[in-house]
Design a protein around this ligand. Structure first.
Ligand code: ADP
Length: 592
């Protein structure tokens, strides 16, 4: 899958804002309604402050003509001011909740996309970069968008109502204040563009820096880093990436500071012009002092609302492209593949003339290969590192689609999802789930009705139960120390647990990629002298560098540079005196 190049500033501002509004409303309808209600109360309270201000000035300056006395007017002013202020704090808390809900929705969309992506997509660098950028923004942007959107709604309401008040006093005051708006909107559009391209430029540095931070902080790396004393050099790389980020950020901050100053100056000039206009109107006797006082309050409030409005538009324009980026990321993911149907294996799985090349690689990793695995057989793949064994196993397991050739299940082409549902896999870099021993085993087959008996049985066969017996809570023991509550196992014990997981999934074919690399010789011997009993009639595709484990296979395929170069039983291959015989002799010579 290829990610499209991301065009900048292609969507219009209203469209971006509408998209952001939709995103927030979809995340939490009730929360959005409540937040909008706060905005309306806030705008009404601002209007109330102006009205109460006018009543207060009337009572002060013309007590005989005033509608109400000074004390009630002052009380009204105090109440309205308090209401306007407290709505602000209530809003801030409401935004926190809504921001979290928006963030949850954004994460759900990201996780839906990553779950749908097939392995090839996942391993391509374009996907990884887009994912990193979306993930990083998924942390902060949803809250910024929510706050900006609600700020925009509230301030728009405020601007409309306060403008209406000012039009009553002197219509000229409104265009003077609004004039400050146009450059501010243009400036925020500029800010948004610089922000997006800035984030784009720095994604690579952020990714590398995050990776180094993981290396330098996470437990699995601690031993090797200390043994090789590599923390120093890695810290230096981290330091130089910090430098890249800082210099990029410094330039961006300067740009944003300039934009902020220009915006503020524009608003301040408009405010001063409006206040001067009020003074002039009083001098000319066109409005009285009470009206002038109320107008001054309205101008001050309006200028505040305008400021919020421009900041919100700026914030939205800055964050909305990231939502558009998220949309593109989600749209670029492959469609959800149907859940596969588990198939029994009556005859054989056959790969015919199968080739596969990784994206951005010149040479195929698997090149015109024919192999077959008959029901109940143990078939081994051997060959030097990089000869294509793992890639071929992934094709057999339905994780990669062959680029040419066919993959037949019992004589018919089977969709990859069906193949995945019908094959169990354990890889060299199997997952050490930081969960209970039971979860570590049964997680491979969510459809199977939960019963401890089956989990105990596979744990016994693979020797994982030996480890379990020593564990304080048996199957309920938490494994791993990453979450700081579990029991850590040795590499070999983890491998037995992974094997138990592969066998727990009741499928007709098991792909075992170096399943015993971490086992001690006795454990490996025990497992392989009786591997057919452990497999219980299942067919197995076994990759191993230990010829002692593969010699009992029904058929051995020898791979070299993506091709199958020899095939036969151990005895046949030894008699052939080819590559297998050479590798076998090399390995046994080491023991003699
Ligand atoms: P083996 O299992 O025999 O060691 P692999 O199937 O892992 O071999 O690798 C075969 C070739 O494909 C190697 O040259 C390796 O570098 C390349 N390769 C493996 N995985 C990837 C990947 N995700 N992206 C690009 N190239 C890969």
């Amino acid at each position: 899958m290829r990610l499209k190049r991301i065009p900048r500033g292609s969507a219009t501002a209203p469209r971006l804002i509408a998209a952001a509004a939709r995103e927030v409303a979809r995340a939490d309808r009730l929360g959005t309604v409540i937040a909008a209600a706060f905005q309306i109360v806030g705008a009404t309270a601002a209007l109330g402050v102006v009205a109460a201000g006018k009543l207060t000035f009337d009572a002060l300056l013309q007590p005989d003509q005033a509608a109400i006395g000074l004390t009630p007017a002052l009380l009204a002013l105090a109440f309205m001011t308090a209401l306007a202020g407290s709505v602000g704090s209530l809003q801030a808390q409401q935004h926190r909740l809504l921001g979290e809900r928006v963030s949850q929705r954004v994460w759900d969309r990201v996780l839906d996309t990553t779950a749908r992506a097939d392995l090839v997509t996942y391993e391509s660098s374009g996907f990884a970069t887009a994912l990193e950028r979306v993930q990083q923004n998924a942390m902060t942007r949803p809250f910024a968008v929510t706050t900006a959107l609600l700020g925009l709604t509230g301030s728009l309401l405020g601007v409309v109502t306060l403008s209406a008040v000012l039009v009553g006093v002197e219509p000229l005051l409104v265009p003077i204040l609004l004039a400050a708006g146009l450059p501010a909107v243009l400036l925020s559009r500029w800010a948004s563009r610089t922000e997006f391209s800035f984030a784009h430029r720095l994604t690579g540095s952020y990714r590398r820096r995050n990776y180094l931070r993981q290396l330098l902080t996470q437990r699995p790396y601690a031993a090797e880093l200390r043994a090789f004393n590599t923390t120093g050099p890695l810290r230096e790389r981290h330091h130089s990436l910090n430098g890249e980020v800082t210099s990029g950020l410094r330039a961006q901050v300067r740009r944003r500071q300039l934009i902020a100053v220009l915006t503020t100056v524009g608003v301040a000039v408009a405010l001063t012009a409006a206040l001067l206009a009020i003074v002039e109107l009083v001098r000319q006797g066109r409005i009285d002092l009470a009206e002038a006082g109320a107008a001054a309050i309205a101008v001050r409030l309006l200028s505040g609302q305008l400021n919020t409005m421009f900041t919100s538009i700026g914030g939205l324009l800055e964050s909305a492209p990231f939502l558009a980026d998220l949309d593109r990321f989600v749209a670029s993911g492959p469609p959800a593949s149907p859940v596969g149907r588990k198939r029994p294996l009556a005859d054989r799985v056959a790969l015919h003339d199968v080739s596969f090349r990784y994206p951005e690689q010149d040479r195929p990793a698997v090149d015109s290969v024919d192999i077959e695995i008959r029901a109940g057989e143990v078939v081994a793949l051997v060959g030097e590192n990089g000869s294509g064994k793992t890639t071929l196993a992934k094709i057999a397991a339905g994780l990669y689609e062959p680029m040419t050739g066919t993959r037949h299940w019992d004589g018919a082409a089977a969709p990859a999802s069906d193949v995945r549902a019908s094959v169990s896999v354990i890889f060299q870099d199997f997952v050490r789930y930081q969960m209970t021993l039971r979860d570590n085993i049964v997680i491979s087959d969510g459809d199977r009705p939960g019963s401890d008996d089956a989990a105990v049985e596979v744990a016994r066969q693979t020797g994982a139960l030996g480890a379990a017996r020593a564990l304080p809570d048996g199957l309920d023991t938490m494994l791993g120390r990453d979450l700081d509550e579990g029991v850590d196992l040795s590499g070999g014990q983890w491998q037995r647990v992974a094997l138990a997981r592969a066998l727990y999934r009741d499928t007709a074919l098991v792909v075992l990629d170096e399943p015993t690399a971490a086992l001690d010789p006795r454990a490996e011997y025990e497992l392989f002298t009786d591997v057919r009993a452990v497999l219980g009639g299942r067919a197995a595709l076994l990759i191993s560098h230990r010829f002692s484990s593969t010699r009992m296979a029904d058929r051995i395929y020898v791979m070299d540079d993506g091709r199958v170069v020899e095939c036969g039983t151990h005895d046949e291959l030894m008699a052939r005196a080819g590559q297998y015989a050479e590798l076998y002799s090399l390995q046994s010579a080491a023991y003699r």
